[in-house]
Ligand binder design. Structure first.
Ligand SMILES: *Cc1c(COP(=O)(O)O)cnc(C)c1O
Length: 397
């Protein structure tokens, strides 16, 4: 039998591969260098050019780029009017930022359980979490598969909640033929290097609402405005500006904006290869004993940011932890997305307890994120497949 490296076999590869990696080409480098030689490193022309490009790609009326995806979520909560005493419903199977943004505003994150097949937030579970205090819903498009935006939008409308889509994984995906980014009241993106396109650090909020747009820009720029129509007092002169809201400095630099603009030119290419890798993984792992796959809803035409397998303990003699270590021994360095947010000590101290979302807790015990990024070679993909198969077969019950 083909012995896994952890049991004394030869690793499938000698070079380490990680679960994600950015792809930077000469055009990206040139774009950055040209900004460095220009008059503006920040607050310059790259910002509005990038915002226009994001609107074109998503079909949203307005885009507000910002420092990172977490800032985008915070700005969206501020624009939604989330404040002390409010509740914000979100999924536990996400990065901590999806809950933290509610806490920044003095509101309480409420965790609704996920669907056991798609791992996205369950609309039925959201409904059971709604109270008079529910102000907003933050749905994550987990792994890049669109959340059920139609159902979730209807729930939000019925209960007068603001619908925020945490689209950190979703750029490149379509829901019912429409690009994610123009469907929810506000959609946030992250441009961290592990995401599908990157600006180093960066984020954006997209919306069709002029009212949200105005508030998002204020939230990004200290609550300061030069727009006379928004000012409360008479102008002192051409230099005049007013602070009318407690905002932040959440700006993106022109250096980052130029990098992201150049990356977005490759989005179709990135998306295409991600889909091809996912198709190879699906074919290889379908029916493999001990491995569970994520279900795709027909409404989502998905550009996957993450590729997740589940390690099914009932069919294997090892668990997820051992499987993860066995992959590392093969030089395949995976990750786990995510530790349920309310497991973190900070959330425990706020009073959240294990048992809140049993499905998310169960899925968390089983998941591993395999390498998935643009620029993986056929050999890389073959190595990952070979490693998963040899471990699953060796430890099959
Ligand atoms: C990456 C991520 C964020 C945060 O984005 P940053 O740009 O790292 O601040 C928020 N939510 C989800 C689901 C993410 O994956």
């Amino acid at each position: 039998m083909d012995k896994p490296a952890i049991a004394g076999g030869t690793p499938v590869r000698s070079e380490r591969i990680n679960y994600g990696r950015q792809y930077i080409d000469e055009a990206d480098i040139e774009a950055v260098v040209s900004v460095l030689k220009s008059d503006y490193l920040t607050c310059g022309p790259q910002i509005s050019a990038l915002e226009e490009k994001l609107c074109q790609i998503t079909g949203a009326k307005y885009a507000v780029v910002c420092a990172n995806g977490t800032a985008a979520l915070h700005m969206a909560c501020l624009a939604a009017g989330v404040t002390e005493g409010d509740e914000v419903i979100t999924t536990p199977l996400t990065f901590a930022a999806s809950g933290n943004c509610a806490l920044y505003c003095g509101a309480k994150p409420v965790f609704a359980d996920i669907r056991p097949d798609t791992y996205n937030i369950s609309p039925a579970a959201v409904e059971t979490c709604i109270t008079k205090k529910s102000k907003a819903l933050i749905a994550v498009d987990y792994t890049g598969q669109s959340a059920e935006l139609g159902e979730l939008s209807a729930i939000c409308r019925k209960n007068q909640m603001v619908f925020i889509e945490d689209g950190a994984h979703v750029i490149g995906t379509k829901y019912k033929g429409k690009v994610n980014g123009s469907i929810a009241d506000m959609t946030t993106f992250s441009f961290h290097p592990v995401k599908t396109v990157t600006s180093g650090e960066g984020g954006a909020v997209l919306t069709n609402s002029e009212d949200y747009y105005r508030k998002l820009v204020l939230a990004r720029e200290h609550g300061i405005t030069r727009r006379a129509d928004l000012q409360e007092k008479p102008s002192h002169g051409a230099w005049y500006y007013e602070q009318i809201f407690l905002g932040y400095n959440y700006r993106l630099t022109d250096i980052q904006a130029a990098l992201l603009s150049s990356q977005l030119d490759k989005l179709t290419l990135f998306s295409k290869q991600r889909k091809e890798i996912v198709a190879q993984y699906e074919k290889a792992f379908h029916g493999l004993k001990g491995i569970g796959l994520q279900k795709e809803i027909p409404e989502s035409d998905t550009t996957r940011h993450l590729y997740i397998i589940r390690i099914l303990a009932e069919s294997l003699t090892i668990g997820r932890r051992e499987f993860f270590d066995a992959l590392a021994a093969e030089n395949i360095y995976c990750n786990v997305h995510y530790i349920p947010v309310y497991y973190h000590p900070y959330y425990e101290k706020l009073g959240y307890e294990k048992g809140l979302c049993p499905i998310a807790e169960q899925i968390y015990e089983e998941i591993i994120s395999l390498p998935l990024f643009y620029g993986m070679t056929d050999g890389d993909v073959a190595d990952v497949i070979k490693a998963v198969k040899r471990i699953a077969l060796y430890y099959a019950k």
